[in-house]
Design a binder for this molecule. Structure first.
Ligand code: 6PG
Length: 475
């Protein structure tokens, strides 16, 4: 809504795919948007091709003119690479800002950088917000999910605008102020970690059907499409079904069969794993997915090994389609539980008071991991999970009762047939660890005490103890 106040409601710096899509989304919702780009010659063509929305876009010839064209207190959204380029632009724009102004980083930033930048703004009366934006170009243009960090002051000014442009789940906008400094970017990082795991688990089911089942890409795509109507319904299943059923114009073959089996990554999955480990967690499904992308790049080694390494694989029946679907659902629950576990640990460590119910609610639409499962997860968190453990929510226990057996069957069949399912098996290993009250770390503690006198706790005494170990005698 154009406020009538002089100047634009918001500034968008960076007219790449995401920045231009967000600028048009704000304009479509009635906001006046000042736009700027490092290459200033992009600005006029962008406005000229915006059609009627161009009337709400305000171009500028210089950074100073851009800043001056925005109503105070200013909200300026940066959609540029979040590393050194952002630091350089912050340094350029800071002298032009005034009390109450906010810079928002809408890129995928390392939350440690966001915390560092937020700290640098403290006491300056200027504000820094790290905001995760999910949904790709389409989401940015027509309704993303947004995870906002930073100060209450910034949120107060940003809120009406981001609520207007956000994806809606029923009428609820998929955006929230999640906490101070790096909270928004941290939550987006974990969102991406879950995204990595979900993509990998779908790829593992595809691999089983292709390599152990001999099924064609379009056939697997049609199966995935049929899963859209059930509990696996999700954007990533929809995407997978669509790509598997796409034909390559040049060869007439399934396009996916013509694509090199090496996947890149920009860093958010890896950051999730690194931060999880620093927090004493292990999001093993996400770790497996990040690792699998790394392994995928060892193409030459794999090609050599394919010809020479023994597999000792056994012929085994591939579980039926319903069993595969159930296994994927169980693993999806587990990867989400691990992701929320990392969020819980970070919330405690950084004193963020993250609201897991709200996080799951704003992931129900607009973002890449939106799914029917997230609708159930949101209901479970909203109903209250005293210790925050998602797998202990009654609805999750009920679903796991019907799906953990299938996950075991699928992992077993994959292991026997020599098809790698690192993410599905990581999910099962974690589950099998968590449902067993008495684990095996008693032996680890004894080993540590034996060789390093690290001490251990006994079940029947308090405080650190040591074992009266018999030294190893060498003959
Ligand atoms: C989103 C996505 C997006 C991410 C891409 C690619 O939520 O819209 O997570 O932010 O950049 O999915 O990420 P990778 O290159 O790391 O796979």
């Amino acid at each position: 809504m154009t406020s009538g106040k002089p100047g634009a409601d918001i500034g968008v710096f960076g007219l790449g795919t995401m920045g231009s899509a967000l600028a048009l989304n704000f304009a479509e919702h009635g906001f006046r948007v000042a736009v700027f780009n490092k290459e200033v010659d992009w600005i006029a063509p962008f406005i000229a091709t915006a059609g009627p929305l161009g009337d709400r876009l305000v171009g500028a010839a210089s950074l100073a003119e851009f800043v001056a064209s925005i109503a105070r207190p200013r909200s300026i959204l940066f959609m540029i690479p979040s590393g050194a380029p952002l630091d350089a632009m912050i340094a350029n724009i800071l002298p032009l800002l005034e009390d109450g102004d906010t810079i928002i980083d809408g890129g995928n930033a390392d939350f440690n950088d966001t915390r560092r930048r937020s700290a640098a703004f403290e006491g300056t009366r200027r504000h820094f917000v790290g905001m995760g934006v999910s949904g790709g170009a389409e989401g940015a243009r027509h309704g993303p999910s947004m995870m906002v960090g930073g100060t209450d002051h910034s949120w107060q000014h940003l809120r009406p605008m981001v609520e207007a442009i956000a994806a809606k789940h029923n009428d609820d906008p998929c955006v929230a102020h999640l906490g101070p400094d790096g909270a928004g970017h941290f939550v987006k990082t974990v969102h991406n970690g879950i995204e990595y795991a979900d993509m990998q688990m779908i790829a593992e089911i595809y691999g089983l059907l292709r390599d152990a089942g001999g099924r064609s890409a379009p056939d697997i795509g049609a199966l995935f499409e049929s899963w859209q109507d059930g509990p696996l319904g999700s954007y990533l299943i929809e995407v997978s079904a669509a790509v598997l059923q796409t034909t390559d114009g040049a060869t007439g073959k399934p396009l996916v069969d013509m694509i090199l089996d090496q996947a890149g990554q920009k860093g958010t999955g890896r950051w999730t794993v690194i931060e999880a480990l620093k927090l004493g967690q292990s999001a093993s499904t996400i770790e497996a997915a990040v690792g699998a992308r790394g392994w995928s790049s060892a193409k030459t080694t794999r090609e050599t090994a394919d010809a020479v390494l023994p597999t000792a694989a056994q012929t085994t029946d591939l579980p039926d389609e319903a069993t595969l679907a159930s296994a994927l659902l169980a693993a999806r629950i587990i990867s989400h539980a691990q992701g929320f576990g990392v969020l819980l640990a970070a919330s405690t460590a950084f004193d963020w008071q993250l609201d897991m119910a709200r996080i799951s609610e704003i992931w129900r639409a607009g973002c890449i991991i939106r799914s029917k499962l997230l609708d159930d997860i949101a209901v479970a968190f909203r109903a209250g999970l005293p210790d925050g453990e998602l797998i202990l929510a009654p609805a999750m226990i009920e679903t796991l009762e019907g799906t953990i057996g299938p996950l075991r069957q699928v992992v077993g069949a994959a292991v026997l047939s020599g098809v790698a399912v690192p993410c599905l098996s990581a999910a099962l290993a974690w589950y099998d660890t968590m449902h067993r009250a008495r684990g095996t770390a008693n032996l680890i503690q004894a080993q540590r005490d034996f060789f390093g006198a690290h001490g251990f706790e006994r079940l029947d005494l308090t405080g650190a103890q040591h074992g009266d170990w018999r030294p190893i005698t060498r003959s």
